[in-house]
Design a protein around this ligand. Structure first.
Ligand SMILES: NC(=O)c1ccc[n+]([C@@H]2O[C@H](COP(=O)([O-])OP(=O)(O)OC[C@H]3O[C@@H](n4cnc5c(N)ncnc54)[C@H](O)[C@@H]3O)[C@@H](O)[C@H]2O)c1
Length: 315
């Protein structure tokens, strides 16, 4: 019997590429894309789509029963920058959707969950460089508080109810197929679009703001590897640190300049600067390396080339 997978929030930046990767692996008809809105053409045409609100338990349960879903990837969330504008909406969406999926697993209606956390679980009192897996966590954003709380509940459901939930603290993700959805690291995607269109970019983060980042191909590979890892190898049921690359807007601009020499950058930090300042600059992911053989492939020059080539190929 094929594994049936439901992705909730499938039309977003990560969900789109994750859905296509899982369809290629498990067969188009076995991977159901769920979202409150329709997505891109490739996603909509390549397999089943269901309109679903992640905060509606009954609606998710109906899809699970109808398709006999085994695994859920919950990608619907309100991201860091947007949640600062709508704190209660962000909190309600991020928490209600997680409880819905955890409870479906607790009631044995599904057997495995992937739920993403974020580097936003860390805060200004966390060691900034090479941030360890286990450390001080005092997030100062609504988004970070919701992710940290979510991690605690994931571990609780695993320990108390045996729920097989797996999670990664994604760094800022860089991709060309879908635009980002309101995060603090969005600049690192926008910059490529504007480098190709206008040869210039105004960054909303300062030139010295180093943040952990990762190219989408690495993030998708990490997600699928973690979901396929043997249960007994996993020692972390809150969420795994994932490193990737660390760079500042200035370093990214210099990397783009090696490909587009006429490119120039300006800096006008806005309300997202304090959010970025509260997060780590680089992440230690030794535990993920040890437990499920994690290793990222894309460094800054390789990611820069892949982004520019990818965007050119979409023209
Ligand atoms: N993109 C990043 O850099 C990054 C970094 C760290 C963690 N994450 C986490 O990864 C997950 C996916 O992020 P993303 O960047 O793809 O986000 P996104 O905003 O691009 O996509 C989220 C998707 O969820 C959908 N959605 C929103 N509310 C919904 C609801 N009530 N019911 C159903 N669908 C709903 C949206 O329509 C959208 O398609 C989130 O949990 C996010 O916190 C992302």
């Amino acid at each position: 019997m094929a594994t049936k997978i439901l992705i909730i929030g499938a039309c977003g930046q990560i969900g789109t590429e994750l859905t296509l990767a899982l369809r290629a692996k498990h067969g188009n008809e076995n991977v159901i894309a769920g979202d409150i809105r329709e997505g891109g053409e490739e996603l909509m045409k390549s397999g089943p789509f269901e309109q679903v609100d992640a905060t509606n338990y009954k609606a998710i349960e109906d899809i699970v029963m109808h398709y006999e879903v085994d695994h859920i990837y919950l990608m619907a969330a309100m991201l860091s920058a947007t949640a600062e504008k709508f704190p209660m909406r962000g909190w309600n969406l991020n928490m209600d959707s997680l409880f819905n999926v955890l409870n479906l697993a607790k009631d044995k209606k599904i057997s495995k969950i992937f739920w993403p956390s974020s580097i936003a679980v860390f805060g200004p009192t966390t060691p900034k460089n090479d941030t360890p897996q286990t450390t001080v966590m005092e997030p100062t954003t609504v988004y970070g508080i919701s992710k940290q709380t979510g991690e605690r509940w994931c571990e609780y459901y695993h320990q108390k109810y045996g729920v097989d939930v797996r999670s990664i603290r994604y760094p800022g993700l860089i991709s060309y197929k879908t635009l980002p959805g309101g995060g603090t690291t969005d600049y690192a995607v926008e910059i490529f679009h504007e480098a190709l269109e206008k040869q210039e970019y105004t960054s909303f983060l300062s030139e010295t703001t180093a943040l952990p980042m990762m190219f989408m191909d690495d993030a998708i590979r990490a997600t699928i590897s973690l979901m396929e890892a043997p249960n007994e190898n996993l020692t972390v049921r809150s969420s795994y640190n994932l490193g990737g690359i660390s760079f500042t807007p200035k370093q990214l601009a210099e990397s783009i300049k090696t490909e587009i020499p006429s490119f120039s950058i300006n800096y006008e930090p806005d309300f997202r600067q304090p959010i970025a300042d509260s997060w780590p600059s680089s992440i230690n992911d030794e535990q993920a390396q040890k437990d499920w053989d994690w290793k990222h492939e894309y460094d800054l020059p390789k990611m820069t080339k892949a982004m520019l080539n990818g965007l050119e190929s979409l023209k």
